[in-house]
Unconditional design. Structure first.
Length: 157
């Protein structure tokens, strides 16, 4: 219950997340590069900023109170480190009226989870919450992710 309240509070405060000067001046990419566990608001995002750097996972809902949104965020928050390990940036959009660029491009109807590859292509769309384990398994099958794994194994040290 506490975690759900924290998620709702986080979602409610997201429009004000840029209130501090340091956060205000940092681009979404810079915020993600500084902390791979940050959750970004879709209104501030140009997906091209993450091209070849990160795999966006976008969580859409018509309200932060949507039970599917809350469940999805619980699942994500429980295992953020696994997503960070795979260069995932988590982006949320719970305001259909804002008509963010991502919402216009991906056209969700209610709740939707979208996984976008580093190449900018949509790799997966799910109309229901999905466990991080399943998201990770999908990512691990991508040819680029396979190459990253091989490169890490071959890297000295």
């Amino acid at each position: 219950m506490k975690k759900r309240l924290a998620i709702l509070a986080l979602a409610a405060l997201m429009p004000f997340a840029g209130s501090s000067e340091a956060v205000e001046d940092a681009s979404p990419l810079a915020r993600w590069e500084a902390d791979h566990n940050v959750i970004l608001d879709a209104r501030d995002i140009s997906i091209s900023d993450f091209h070849w750097l990160a795999r966006p996972v976008v969580v859409f809902a018509d309200s932060p109170a949507d039970p599917r949104y809350r469940q999805q965020m619980d699942l994500i928050l429980d295992r953020m480190d696994e997503l960070a390990e795979r260069d995932v940036v988590v982006i949320t959009d719970t305001d259909p009226a804002s008509q963010s660029g991502l919402r216009q491009r991906l056209r969700p109807r209610g709740f939707m989870l979208v996984l976008i590859g580093k190449d900018g292509g949509v790799k997966l769309r799910k109309p229901v919450p999905w466990d991080v384990r399943e998201i990770s398994r999908s990512i691990d099958k991508f040819p680029l992710r396979q190459q990253e794994i091989r490169d890490r194994r071959a890297a000295p040290g």
